[in-house]
Design a protein around this ligand. Structure first.
Ligand code: NAP
Length: 289
């Protein structure tokens, strides 16, 4: 039987509906949330992502400002921009689009952002809270979006085996923490490039979350029948289309024939990430009142 497709666009629209009410309440107090996006250099994919974030802000009535910094401007200019945005009471959320040009220390820049304006949820204070089991801060958008997607599909994680493939600071590691926290209670395996026998590890899992960046890596013979498979990966595969490429996930399309639910790429975790960024921007604004 074909798997249920977890429609991130639809769930994202539901989240936006909830946010509009909260944005309306803020407006009643004369407050409009404002997100500042800092983009350094000309990475084409980053410009596409920033465009999606700006359009989401426009849909919701969140003010967005964008600071473009040339790739050769130097680290000092990025630092002074973040400090200026931290000090500006009109700005409620700040994100510095990843990746930064070679040689710029992303973690150091992230830790300069005021934690109450850290809408990406990557500041050491926000990630540290998560380790302490405290979800009240600003959570990393992609892992939080995956959790919301699982919740929307009524996936009961308590006592279930979950595997997260990937251990990055922005996806895999916080994802594993969110799945393992009290109240969610999954038993989590964290896999990475040094893990051996990935197929066997995955076949033990009730939930597979692939966050690697390798096209179609998770194949149907890795998946236990009835598992839930969430595909975080976004891979550009060159082709002869007008764009010159198409997007694939880390999960092979055949997995849909054996899993009970799968998230598509595009249209799965991507829209959830944007929705959670909007949610964090509203939350940051509320916390600052
Ligand atoms: P990353 O920082 O490059 O991390 C990739 C992780 O995958 C690392 O932990 C790496 O292991 C692991 N890995 C690499 N090759 C592997 C292999 N053969 N087997 C098992 N694990 C392997 O990437 P990321 O930022 O976490 O992003 C992962 C993917 O998600 C990318 O495709 C990215 O574009 C996508 N993404 C999507 C969204 C969205 O909104 N949809 C948001 C963020 C990221 P090591 O730690 O050992 O190197």
């Amino acid at each position: 039987m074909a798997a249920i497709v977890l429609d991130g666009k639809q769930i994202g629209r539901e989240i936006e509906g909830e946010l509009k009410v909260r944005i309306g309440n803020l407006a009643g107090n004369g407050v409009t949330p404002c997100l500042a996006v800092v983009i350094v250099g000309e990475d084409p994919a980053s410009h596409v992502y920033v465009g999606s974030k700006e359009r989401a802000c426009a849909r919701l009535g969140i003010r967005s400002i964008r600071v473009d910094i040339p790739a050769d401007a130097g680290y000092g200019e990025v630092v002074s921009t973040v400090k200026r945005l931290n000090a500006d009471p009109e700005i409620n959320g700040i994100l510095v689009q990843s990746p930064l040009p070679n040689g710029m220390d992303e973690i150091a820049i992230t830790d300069l952002i005021d934690p109450v304006k850290d809408v990406d949820g990557f500041h050491a204070q926000n990630l540290g809270r998560l380790v302490q089991g405290d979800k009240s801060g600003l959570l990393p958008c992609t892992p939080a979006g995956v959790m919301r997607m699982l919740e929307s599909a009524d996936v009961d994680l308590c006592g279930k085996r979950a595997i997260v493939i990937g251990r990055s600071r922005i996806v895999g590691m916080p994802q594993s923490l969110l799945l393992a926290q009290k109240g969610v209670d999954a038993t989590v395996t964290i896999a990475h490039s040094r893990s051996t026998d990935m197929a066997a590890l995955c076949r033990e899992a009730d939930v597979i979350i692939a966050a690697v960046g390798r096209s179609n890596m998770v194949t149907s013979d890795w998946v236990k029948p009835g598992s839930v498979v969430i595909d975080v990966g976004v891979n550009r595969v060159n082709d002869n289309s007008v764009k010159g490429y198409h997007l694939t996930g880390d999960v092979h399309p055949d997995v849909g024939e054996i899993a009970s639910a799968v998230s598509p790429v595009p249209g799965g975790v991507g829209p959830m990430t944007i929705a959670m960024l909007m949610s964090n921007t509203v939350r940051a604004t509320e916390m600052q009142q």
